[in-house]
Design a protein around this ligand. Structure first.
Ligand SMILES: Cc1ncc(COP(=O)(O)O)c(C=O)c1O
Length: 437
């Protein structure tokens, strides 16, 4: 039977059916935002291309919120995962050579990591990290920073995107959160060493952990001032409070050594996920051996770290292959150069079209932000974003074949499958869309 070409109706039918059985028509609220630029149902992806059920193709700058660092359907990563599948996906007892090999790579590459526990998502990793820190200190309170996202659980889903009139106070991001958890989460502005010193001075004895994205990409890109990171390191060490770097986005995307390796500030615990497995569900919490050893399972009062699927073999095989490919090919050098060229090209276009806006980013990540200028240092610096203009920009780029999530606070990602051709095509499209803005 001949293939019938898909029609726009097929797209609509998938979306309509999705809306009947899936809240918002997508697996997460943020994924549902793709509907801001028109209903969309994707069916396949390879290299830097995403394809819809109606065979429309887009260059993908979303990359599943960042994990796909080597490109979609990467042959070697998929072959490694397939080989693991062929050997059975889950044993659920004892250990395996594969998990030891991936753990050893994390210990070798990430300065803070002496021992590792695997899990499946960034949220699990930050949850485990906080539990380890609470157990070690006997304290309850956790300090986090406005604009940093550490996952969906009640300990940390506070003051990620507070509305303007709630900046500076604890802002629970979801209904249904446990008030005791929210009350035990302290918040501070990013990049403010004085605020950190004050809070540590006042609450040092009650704090279980300080957690941050060393580069908060959950709001585009806030580059950290080195004195801020150094103050955090010193103040937490003085008060014996574990410092947690959430490198779920940055780990293995910016450097195999993490931002901690780039800036020379070593936390006590580190969470990695996303780029670790090029899109396969695999994540880890690692860090000081004495903290991790609490989860050794060999004493009655120890920390429970649990999960039927933790250390699942296809994810670990993907992680081993992804790490080895990144390291062997110095993927970050390539992506940093390409990222610089996107940023330079976009900055030139903003100037040519006299548009009030800025391009922020680091290495393979960039964000186009309208209505604001200058380098952002904290959450307040992104409050004036022109959301409407960004939506128009995202829709115009999508019409021209370039997909990124139409959320003005999010970011573009590049992969090793992006190249010169994608760059030129993107900048040509941006030129045309900027002309109409
Ligand atoms: C910095 C950071 N931490 C934690 C998480 C949570 O990870 P996951 O969505 O895998 O649970 C995310 C997810 O976007 C993240 O960006």
């Amino acid at each position: 039977m001949a293939n019938t070409p898909p029609t726009q109706d097929q797209n609509q039918s998938v979306v309509d059916r999705a809306r009947e059985v899936i809240p918002g028509g997508a697996q997460t609220g943020l994924r549902a935002q793709a509907y801001n630029t028109g209903d969309i149902a994707f069916e396949s992806a390879s290299d830097a291309t995403l394809t819809t059920v109606t065979d429309e193709q887009y260059t993908d700058y979303h990359l599943g919120f960042g994990p796909v660092i080597l490109g979609h359907a990467h042959d070697d990563v998929d072959a490694a995962a397939q080989a693991a599948i062929d050997d059975g996906v889950l044993y659920g007892a004892g250990t395996t050579p594969l998990e030891v090999e991936v753990a050893e790579r994390l210990v070798d590459l990430l300065p803070s990591v002496e021992m590792v526990n695997f899990c499946n998502s960034g949220s699990e990793a930050t949850y485990h990290a906080i539990r380890l820190a609470r157990a070690a200190t006997g304290n309850k309170k956790v300090l986090k920073f406005e604009g940093c996202y550490h996952g969906w659980h009640d300990y940390v889903d506070v003051s990620v995107y507070p509305p303007t009139d709630r900046v500076g106070e604890r802002y629970p991001e979801s209904d249904g959160m446990l008030s005791a958890a929210v009350e035990n989460t302290l918040i501070a502005p990013f990049n403010d060493p004085e605020a950190v010193n004050e809070i540590l001075h006042e609450h040092g004895d009650e704090l279980a952990a300080v957690i941050l994205e060393p580069i908060p990409h959950s709001v585009g890109c806030l580059l950290p001032r080195i004195e801020f990171l150094e103050t955090l390191r010193e103040a937490t060490a003085v008060h014996d409070v574990p410092l947690i770097f959430d490198e779920v986005i940055s780990g293995f995307r910016h450097s195999p050594h993490g931002v901690q390796g780039e800036v020379g500030v070593t936390p006590d615990l580190t969470c990695v996920a996303k780029a670790l497995g090029n899109g396969y569900p695999v994540a880890a919490v690692g860090g000081r051996a004495d903290l991790l050893a609490q989860a050794g399972g060999d004493n009655e009062s120890g920390v429970v770290i649990s999960g039927t699927y933790s250390g699942s073999l296809p994810g670990l095989a993907a992680a081993r292959e992804t790490i080895d490919t990144i390291v062997a090919n110095d993927v970050q050098a390539y992506l940093t150069d390409l990222g610089d060229r996107y940023r330079d090209g976009l900055n030139d276009l903003l100037e040519d079209h006299d548009i009030n806006g800025r391009i922020v980013g680091h290495r393979s990540i960039f964000s186009v932000q309208f209505g604001v200028r200058g380098e952002p240092h904290n959450y307040e610096d992104i409050l004036g974003l022109d959301e409407k203009r960004f939506h128009t920009f995202a829709a115009g780029m999508r019409e021209r074949g370039h997909f990124f999530t139409p959320n003005p606070y999010k970011r573009h990602h590049l992969s090793a499958a992006h190249d010169e051709t994608h760059l030129e095509s993107y900048l040509d499209a941006a030129d045309a869309v900027f002309a109409d803005l």
